[in-house]
Design a binder for this molecule. Structure first.
Ligand SMILES: Cc1cc2nc3c(=O)[nH]c(=O)nc-3n(C[C@H](O)[C@H](O)[C@H](O)COP(=O)(O)O)c2cc1C
Length: 354
C-alpha cells in the first residue's frame, strides 16, 4: 500500500472517488427555523466538490430528532426540495455527497425545535450541560422522555423515511450518525442506556438499535453499499460515557462488519487506545479515519494501510479546494471558529479557491 496517498483514486459504494479525501459532516447552522437549508448552502457544498466524497452536515431525519438552532431536517417537501438544489449543485461540479442523519435524542432545547414534542432518549436521563438558543441564549438541555419499547420500530421508520427522502433529493448515499453523543450513541453507551429490555444491558443488546437501524436503512436504500456509519468510541462530548467502550465498539463493528456497508467512519478523539487499529480488521469494506489529520499524517495513514480514506473537517471550512491545495503543496487558510455555527455568507462561502 506504500504507493497510496491522499490523491490516489479510491472506491466507495461502487463509484470511483477522485481522491482519498472525505469532507467531514459539519453542522453550520445556515438553515431556517423550519429546518430548510437556505440558498447559500448549495453554493457552500458546490465549492467543496473536489473532495472524493462530501458528507453533509447532520440532518435531522424527523422533527423530534432536531435539537440545535438553524439546523436542517429532511422530512417536509420544502426541506427535500432545498436538498435537491444542494445535490444538483454538487453533481454539476463533479462531486458526490452523502446525507448524514443526525437524530439528537436527548441533546436539544424546545426553543430550537419546530415541533412541540419532547426530546427522546433510551432511558430519559437528562444530559448535563447547555446549548445555544437564538431567543434565550444559553440554556440547559431539555429533559428527555424515555423511549418506550413499542415505539422503537417507529423511530427506525423515521430513518427509513429519511433515507427515501435523501435519495429522492439526489444524495448518493446516507450516513448514520452514531457518534458525538446523539441518539444512536445514547443507545450504545451505559450512562444513557439503562434499559432492562432487549435494547439495554449487555453490549449485544446496546448495539441492537444501531444494527436494526442500519438494516432498515440499507433495505430502504436498495443496497447496503449506499449506507455508511460514523462512530466516535469513548468520545465524552454531550455528557456521554460508556463503562467499556472497547467491548461496545468491537461488538458493534463485528456485527456490522460483513453487511457490505459503504464505509465505516471512525472519529478518534484521544490517542489511546487506538480505535483505528482495533476496529479496521473487524470491518470488511472501506475504512475512513478522522480527527485532527494533517496532509502529512493523512498520507502516512494511507501509506501504512491503516485506512482507505481520511476525513477532514475544520480544514474544509476555510479551504474549499483542500485537495487542490494538498496537491500543490499550497498554504492553508486557518479555520475561523467564530463563523462555524451560524451567520450568513461570511466565513461560509467567502473563502476563495486557488
Ligand atoms: C463546525 C463543526 C461542525 C461539526 N458538525 C458535525 C456534524 O454535524 N456531524 C458530525 O458527525 N460531526 C460533526 N463535526 C465533527 C467533524 O465531523 C469531525 O469529526 C471533527 O471536526 C474532527 O475532524 P477535524 O479535526 O479534521 O476537524 C463537526 C465539527 C465542526 C468543526
Amino acid at each position: 500500500m506504500a504507493d497510496v496517498n491522499l490523491l490516489s483514486p479510491g472506491r466507495i459504494d461502487g463509484f470511483d472517488t477522485k481522491n482519498r479525501i472525505v469532507m467531514a459532516p459539519m453542522t453550520r447552522c445556515r438553515s431556517d427555523a423550519q429546518g430548510v437549508p437556505t440558498d447559500i448552502v448549495a453554493e457552500y457544498y458546490a465549492q467543496r466538490a473536489s473532495a472524493g466524497l462530501i458528507i453533509s452536515e447532520g440532518i435531522a431525519p424527523c422533527a423530534v430528532g432536531l435539537g440545535y438552532a438553524r439546523t436542517p431536517a429532511i422530512e417536509s417537501a420544502a426541506q427535500v426540495d432545498a436538498w435537491k438544489k444542494v445535490t444538483a449543485a454538487v453533481h454539476a461540479k463533479g462531486g458526490r455527497i452523502f446525507a448524514q442523519f443526525m437524530h439528537v435524542g436527548r441533546i436539544g432545547h424546545s426553543a430550537n425545535r419546530y415541533t412541540k414534542e419532547p426530546l427522546i432518549s433510551p432511558s430519559g436521563v437528562r444530559a448535563a450541560g447547555q446549548m445555544w438558543t437564538d431567543s434565550l441564549q444559553m440554556q440547559d438541555f431539555d429533559a428527555p422522555r424515555a423511549i418506550e419499547l413499542k415505539e422503537i420500530p417507529s423511530i427506525i421508520e423515521d430513518y427509513v423515511k429519511a433515507t427515501k427522502n435523501a435519495f429522492a433529493a439526489g444524495f448518493d448515499g446516507v450516513e448514520l450518525h452514531s457518534a458525538s453523543g446523539y441518539l444512536p450513541m445514547q443507545f450504545l453507551s451505559t450512562n444513557t442506556n439503562q434499559r432492562t429490555d432487549q435494547y439495554g444491558g449487555s453490549a449485544a443488546n446496546r448495539i441492537r438499535f444501531v444494527v436494526e437501524t442500519l438494516e432498515a436503512m440499507t433495505k430502504a436504500a436498495g443496497s447496503a453499499n449506499k449506507v455508511g456509519i460514523k462512530i466516535s468510541p469513548a468520545m465524552p462530548f454531550n455528557d456521554i460515557l460508556d463503562d467499556n467502550p472497547v467491548e461496545t465498539y468491537t461488538t458493534l463493528v463485528k456485527a456490522i462488519g460483513n453487511m457490505g456497508l459503504a464505509y465505516l467512519h471512525v472519529l478518534q478523539s484521544a490517542p489511546d487506545p487506538n480505535y483505528f487499529a482495533m476496529l479496521r480488521p473487524l470491518f470488511k469494506g472501506p475504512f475512513a479515519a478522522g480527527g485532527g489529520f494533517t496532509k502529512e499524517s493523512g498520507d502516512k495513514m494511507l501509506a501504512s494501510g491503516g485506512a482507505d480514506f481520511i476525513v477532514y473537517g475544520k480544514l474544509f471550512t476555510s479551504n474549499p479546494d483542500l485537495p487542490v491545495r494538498f496537491q500543490k503543496g499550497a498554504a492553508l487558510v486557518d479555520p475561523d471558529p467564530n463563523t462555524f455555527y451560524g451567520g450568513a455568507e461570511q466565513g461560509y462561502i467567502t473563502y476563495k479557491s486557488l
